[in-house]
Design a protein around this ligand. Structure first.
Ligand code: WTA
Length: 644
């Protein structure tokens, strides 16, 4: 199997180091066993070396990497660096309150992780058990992940913006025994009652026997005696060392629930060896991480970006990682730049949504010394050329390399991305595949590979890579149906993409019903399901609408049950319904109550028509005469116009 012959990757990398990279890339595709075997031995310490680098295929759904290998994630992230230099800074915590925070050395981190590991074991957590983590961006969140992996437990982080209902569904699905959380969190100057959300969620989860609560604000919180324990009190009881558990390379490291195209989120499962190799190798090559670097990823640990690039990649490579609890505009829109200057950050990584917001505030807020910044990363959504230019010129002063990294919860780490200092930059293009990724563009209808350049279609990967998700928790058929079955023999990304004349890839956005609001991945089906729970709502159709700041926002079209009328507080109630069912970040921006939705005669809602209406392209609706009631369209157009 080779890199798509039509993609002249060699020409894309013209300089001398690039030729070396081309050689490496070719090896990663043509001899993946050799390439990944070397990467795995170079970046990780194994208790027992693996015998076979890779076995299995997409078709047989049995991909496995580094077979026979034994390792521990926490040992690789903490112990080996702590033994070498216990005083090296591991975590730099910047609290929501500007000027406050603390640093933890690798020595500190090892002790904290070990103490928490003891506590978890004391609560009955065993190898293979799933532990839920519902925490804000504080060092204890990182400690939580590492303590789970140390004892062979599987972490399932739930973004702290999810509502009690969402937490309940995730904890219930994974049958978690223990939940790690805080009393309250602080973000952008606001205080959020985290423990009360957990109490509500856990009330319906019989598997949870213990909740461990870290005291972040010290507020009075409701307490279930016997079940709830204070973090500081429990950790005090245990010594600062516990040996790590020897895990099999294919043992699951974590679950991360993510939105699919149905209403029910999927628990994406990542394995230990493969995921860690992906995290370390992308950290090294994409971000050019070197010893002594200080890495600042603004992503939240509740999403994959936080897992791989706040926690695993920087710690595997033994550098310092910034944990930022706040928002980019609190107390001022210079907060990121203050942190970057204060900690002499070398790599900075955020979603374009934050950049759009900061650009709008004005370049005068981009202050402080930034000459130490070598790499500026972008993630999670397309970055528009004007925002890219602002990032490059205003933030990076044309001296830092911009890496527009395309990947997914399911890929585990970067898939299509520039390599810092090597790949030529094109604003708006995620550029070229990372090692081991063999991307192809498929015709969405026939599934045939579209050869040549200057072409468009759906993006798929032709061969397995170490950090690919192995399954969906308890629902392997969903894994197959979503990723491996749509196009036989390929991993289907769900994204549309094009390849330009130079062989560079441009991501065009999702082909399914997943939307991306401020870098938060949501499914329109999830929001629809939430809206339908309101007693007056009969049917709901949610579509993505382009948004200047959040990238996309959601717009809901609803019909009401017979006899129901629009009342004054309906809009507010519907927003609350979504906030309570999913979380505040999922609330639709626009809500239209209409007499009917555009449907085919067989009853299928034509969301495409709604998207066109929202885009103002009412002259491009296509043939609507086949709808069960074509007049519904005119009424919707009127409703949208009236609200404008
Ligand atoms: C989108 C986030 C354009 C894409 C790491 C993908 C991007 C989805 C980019 C995954 C990028 C991610 N350019 N689009 N650089 N990176 N996406 O699972 O649609 O939260 O399928 O992972 O985000 O979102 P997820």
């Amino acid at each position: 199997m080779g890199a798509s012959s039509s993609t002249p990757l060699r020409e894309c990398w013209p300089s001398i180091p690039a030729n070396r990279i081309w050689k490496l890339y070719s090896e990663s595709i043509n001899s993946p066993q050799k390439f990944w075997g070397k990467q795995a031995r170079e970046h990780l310490s194994w208790y027992r070396d693996f015998g076979i680098v890779h076995s299995g295929s997409f078709a047989n759904e049995d991909n496995a990497w580094f077979l026979g290998g034994k390792l521990n994630a926490s040992f690789n992230c903490v112990d080996r660096h702590a033994f070498e230099d216990p005083d090296k800074v591991a975590l730099i915590y910047e609290a929501d309150e500007a000027g406050s925070g603390r640093t933890l050395t690798y020595g500190d981190l090892l002790r904290e992780v070990c103490k928490l590991s003891h506590v978890l074991k004391g609560m009955g957590v065993q190898k293979g058990d799933i532990v839920a983590v519902y925490m804000p961006m504080i060092p204890e969140a990182v400690i939580a992940l590492l303590a789970c992996s140390r004892i062979g437990a599987v972490h399932s982080v739930i973004f702290a913006g999810f509502s009690a209902d969402s937490v309940r569904d995730r904890v219930f699905d994974a049958k978690c025994k223990v939940v790690l959380t805080v009393d309250e969190s602080k973000r952008g100057g606001k205080t959020i009652g985290i423990k009360t959300v957990i109490d509500k969620a856990i009330a319906q989860c019989p598997t949870v026997s213990n909740v461990l609560v870290f005291k972040r604000t010290g507020a009075e919180v409701p307490w279930v005696s016997g079940r709830d324990r204070w973090w500081h009190e429990e950790l005090r009881k245990w010594p600062g060392y516990i040996p790590p558990e020897e895990m099999d390379s294919e043992d699951p490291l974590f679950l991360l629930y993510t939105s699919g195209s149905t209403g029910k989120p999927k628990g994406v499962v990542h394995s230990t060896g493969g995921y860690l190799v992906g995290a370390a190798s992308t950290g090294k090559y994409v971000f050019d991480i070197h010893d002594g670097d200080r890495f600042f990823c603004g992503g939240d640990v509740g999403w994959i970006t936080g897992h791989t690039y706040v926690v695993y990649a920087p710690l595997l490579l033994g550098i310092s990682t910034v944990i930022f609890e706040g928002t980019p505009v609190h107390p001022t829109p210079s907060r990121y730049w203050d942190i970057i200057e204060k900690h002499q950050v070398t790599q900075f990584y955020v979603a374009p949504t934050a950049l759009r917001l900061l650009k709008r505030y004005g370049s005068e807020h981009v202050t402080g010394a930034r000459s130490h910044l070598r790499v500026l990363g972008s993630v999670g959504e397309p970055i528009a050329p004007d925002v890219w230019k602002w990032y490059f010129e205003t933030v990076g002063k044309t001296e830092a390399h911009i890496v527009d990294t395309y990947w997914q919860t399911e890929t585990g780490c970067h898939a299509i991305t520039p390599l810092a200092g090597i790949t030529p930059m094109k604003p708006g293009s995620a550029s070229l595949p990372f090692f081991g990724i063999d991307p192809v563009i498929l015709d969405p209808v026939s599934g045939a590979e579209v050869d040549g350049n200057n072409i468009e279609g759906v993006l798929a990967f032709k061969q397995p890579w170490p950090s690919m998700a192995r399954t969906v928790w308890g629902a392997h058929e969903r894994y197959m149906d979503t990723y491996l079955k749509p196009f036989d023999g390929y991993y289907y990304t769900g994204d549309g993409a094009s390849r330009d004349d130079d062989g560079f890839f441009w991501i065009r956005g999702r082909m399914d019903d997943i939307i991306n609001v401020s870098g938060h991945r949501l499914s329109t089906a999830e929001i629809e399901a939430a809206l339908i729970e309101h007693p007056t709502v009969s049917e709901a159709a949610v579509v993505a609408t382009p948004d200047e700041i959040t990238g996309q926002s959601s717009t809901a079209f609803l019909t009401l049950k017979d006899g129901s009328e629009v009342f004054e507080t309906l809009h507010a109630e519907l927003v609350l319904q979504v906030r309570n069912t999913i979380g505040p970040f999922a609330a639709p921006k626009g809500i239209y109550v209409v007499p009917d939705l555009p449907k085919t005669r067989s009853g299928k809602i034509m969301r495409r028509i709604l998207r066109k209406i929202m885009a103002g392209e009412v002259d491009q609706l296509g043939d609507i005469s086949t709808l069960s009631d074509p007049s519904a369209v005119g009424k919707i157009i009127e409703a949208v116009k009236a609200a404008a």
